[in-house]
Design a protein around this ligand. Structure first.
Ligand code: C2E
Ligand code: MG
Ligand code: MG
Length: 440
């Protein structure tokens, strides 16, 4: 389709290139190029447009290269380039930058303007390997590093990367077994209304304790779960477990809302509506006591499918919060379009309150005022000190969560530490539940 040579031919040219490089003491570079977000083009504009785009890209790539360089299409949206007769890495950088620049200019495909970008990984003969396959592997690893760096960029292979990729592979392997081995659990961090200091809800936070006792922080394993798609079954389990637990608390007459974090990948790859519906059905929890936390990136994805899924979920009766509000795009238009119930002010702003920074205080105040006007609840996350709590109260914030009030707690700790206190304060008859789910 692209009229580019295939991999066998490229391999031949590579062998010639290294023979030449050995004689002339020069370098050969192998570039692994992966088009960013090509699936989106195919999904939204159709496969014909996708094919035409790949053809246009091939022509542009060829124009960036020299006579002595070779290129092939590795399949899908991946290309491999072999550059030969190079003096040093600077020569590679120059050509690579030209490629990125050229491919960043919009394409006119069948009357539609399409902007693309590439992630490029580079390995060098003889430094990284003396074999084609070895270089290809390393360029591939470097390409993933480039993607991680935020795409539209290039990375040379380095040994650290292979250490990182081995660690990542191990983690992926372990994570696949974590769910079935019962290594995952949920902690619950209480959320309080400031005014009457009343417990109003809890955020469910995922914990992974390996069989050897090692605790892996969510910031480490959640990105791997997202990249591998494992977040879909894991996320389903989180929904079911959080609903099950909250229903037990409801049965004990504690009407809390449980907040569950939902990843963008669950929206893209999973069947969110079915997952939520079945978690509610199995547990018997009233839908209004389940709140889904979405990140700003989820809302910035392909807008229409997300709006549709959210509308269906809203119909079920669940509510939505935007997590870490203010740390990303903070677009006002999505607040309007997505029918959001709550904004969770990002911890960084709350943290800055205690540094006495007037600008940050003004931002927090603006978010609170905006919430009030739009009738959206505002919760401040990461409250660590009394001073922060007092300031938030002064600014009109109604709900808070943070270490000053409680750290995330296991279900048992939650019952012993939090519910017991609630019980003594309210003088209400609250039955507590033990770890096995029996009423005490
Ligand atoms: P998040 O949803 O913004 O959750 C709040 C994080 O802040 C939690 O970290 C919590 O332990 C921490 N935190 C709470 N109070 C304070 C405080 O006063 N000070 C500071 N410095 N930190 C505080 P954690 O549990 O490590 O989770 C990190 C992130 O991992 C979460 O951020 C969330 O984005 C993600 N995550 C956790 N559980 C799940 C899950 O079940 N599914 C998905 N998709 N993501 C999850
Ligand atoms: Mg959250
Ligand atoms: Mg947050």
């Amino acid at each position: 389709m692209t009229n580019l040579p295939n991999r066998t031919l490229l391999r031949d040219r590579f062998e010639q290139a290294i023979a030449y490089a050995t004689r002339n003491n020069s370098l050969v570079a192998l570039l692994f190029l992966d088009l960013d977000h090509f699936k989106q083009v195919n999904d939204t504009l159709g496969h014909d447009t996708g094919d035409h785009l790949l053809q246009a890209i091939s022509s542009r790539l060829i124009r960036c290269l020299r006579e002595v360089d070779s290129i092939c299409r590795q399949g899908g949206d991946e290309f491999i380039i072999v550059m030969t007769d190079l003096k040093d890495n600077d020569a590679v950088i120059q050509i690579t930058q030209k490629i990125l620049q050229q491919l960043n200019e919009p394409f006119d495909i069948d009357g539609t303007q399409i902007c693309t970008s590439f992630s490029i990984g580079i390995s060098i003969y003889p430094e990284d390997s003396t074999h084609f396959e070895g270089l290809l592997n390393k360029a591939d690893t470097a390409m993933y590093a480039a993607k991680k760096q935020g795409r539209n960029t290039f990375q040379f292979f380095s040994d650290d990367m292979s250490i990182i990729s081995i660690e990542r592979m191990n983690m992926e392997h372990d994570l696949r077994h974590a769910l079935k081995n019962g290594e995952l659990s949920l902690n619950y961090q209480p959320q309080y209304s400031i005014k009457n200091r009343q417990l109003v809800g809890a955020e469910a936070l995922l914990r992974w304790t390996k069989s050897n006792g090692e605790q892996v922080p969510p910031a480490k394993f959640i990105p791997v779960a997202e990249e591998t798609g494992l977040i879909v079954p894991i996320g389903d389990w989180v929904l079911q477990e959080a609903c099950r637990q909250n229903k037990l608390w409801h049965d004990a007459e504690l009407k809390l809302t449980v907040n569950v974090n939902v990843s963008a990948v669950q929206f893209k790859q999973g069947n969110m509506v079915e997952s939520v519906r079945s978690a509610l059905a199995i547990s018997g929890l009233e839908p209004r006591y389940l709140e889904l936390e979405l990140s700003e990136t989820t809302l910035m994805m392909d807008i229409d499918p997300v709006v549709k899924v959210m509308a269906k979920l809203k119909k079920l009766g669940v509510t939505f919060a935007i997590d870490d509000f203010g740390s990303g795009y903070s677009s006002l238009s999505y607040i309007k379009r997505f029918n959001i119930d709550k904004l969770k002010i990002d911890q960084s702003f709350v943290n800055d309150l205690s540094q006495g920074r007037q600008k940050d205080k003004a931002i927090v105040e603006a978010i609170i005022l905006m919430g009030r006007t739009l009738r959206i609840e505002v919760l401040a996350e990461g409250v660590e000190t009394k001073d922060q709590l007092d300031q938030l109260q002064q600014l009109g914030c109604k709900i808070v969560q943070g270490y000053y009030l409680n750290h995330p707690l296991s279900a048992t700790e939650f019952e012993q530490e939090v519910l017991a206190v609630v019980k003594s304060r309210n003088q209400k008859k609250i039955r507590l539940i033990d770890a096995q789910g029996n009423f005490k």
